[in-house]
Design a protein around this ligand. Structure first.
Ligand code: DX5
Ligand code: ZN
Length: 205
């Protein structure tokens, strides 16, 4: 099980949080971007993220919770980015968005909200590298894992050729509900702990 760590809810400021994550065995830093339209909160500008990532070694897993993901891809592709994830519910052509991400040699992930059925994205499953199952409604860290997300992970396992990532409310008590996933995102559970590495290890075991 791979682990990506989100830094939006932490005991420390972003810079210190990201440095602490960088010193752990986490597979990726998960970068949550909110535009104030697709979700009610607006958080960082690209210039903020660029400054946070100076001197950071880990690869980025960028999660665009935005209405117009096409506008963000060029910027985020210029960082040390492994994957860019956008939402099936956004106002953008899904084929065009996947192609644009791939044109930078970056993996493309398609996220679905808890109330979006797998059938709605079936025709894109051959094209994406990852499906991100949201196990909370997007918009903030520290929410409770929605148990029905487990059924969606099982359903996605009937298909092949893409990875399954789960995001929201993942901690040592809910990790068993993510069985069948290849990667989890954990935010507050890791970043509000005293020992990031110990928290990450507890998700892997
Ligand atoms: C939710 C974000 C998640 C979130 C994860 O809007 O996409 O990545 O920050 O944080 P926790 O683990 O606290 O739910
Ligand atoms: Zn996220």
């Amino acid at each position: 099980m791979k682990v990506a760590v989100s830094f939006i809810k932490s005991l420390y400021d972003e810079k210190k949080t990201i440095e602490l994550i960088d010193s752990t065995s986490a597979d990726y830093i998960h970068v949550d971007i909110m535009d104030g339209e697709f979700v009610s909160t607006k958080n960082y500008d690209f210039s903020d993220i660029k400054a946070f990532m100076e001197g950071i070694n880990k690869l980025l897993d960028v999660h665009l919770m935005v209405r117009h993901p096409l506008d963000y891809i060029k910027d985020y592709a210029s960082l040390n980015t492994k994957q860019i994830i956008f939402h099936a519910e956004a106002d953008e052509d899904i084929y065009e968005t996947i192609n644009k991400i791939h044109s930078y040699g970056i993996k493309a992930g398609l996220a679905i909200n808890p109330d979006t059925p797998v059938e709605q994205i079936e025709k894109y499953l051959d094209l994406v590298d990852t499906v991100l199952v949201m196990s909370v409604y997007p918009g903030k860290g520290g929410q409770k894992f929605i148990p029905e997300s487990s059924d969606k992970i099982k359903e996605l396992n009937n298909y092949s050729d893409f990875l399954i990532e789960v995001d929201g409310g993942v901690n040592k008590d809910t990790i068993d509900l993510t069985i069948g996933a290849d990667m989890v995102v954990s935010g507050s559970y890791v970043c509000e702990s005293q020992d990031y590495e110990k928290a990450i290890e507890s998700l892997r075991n």
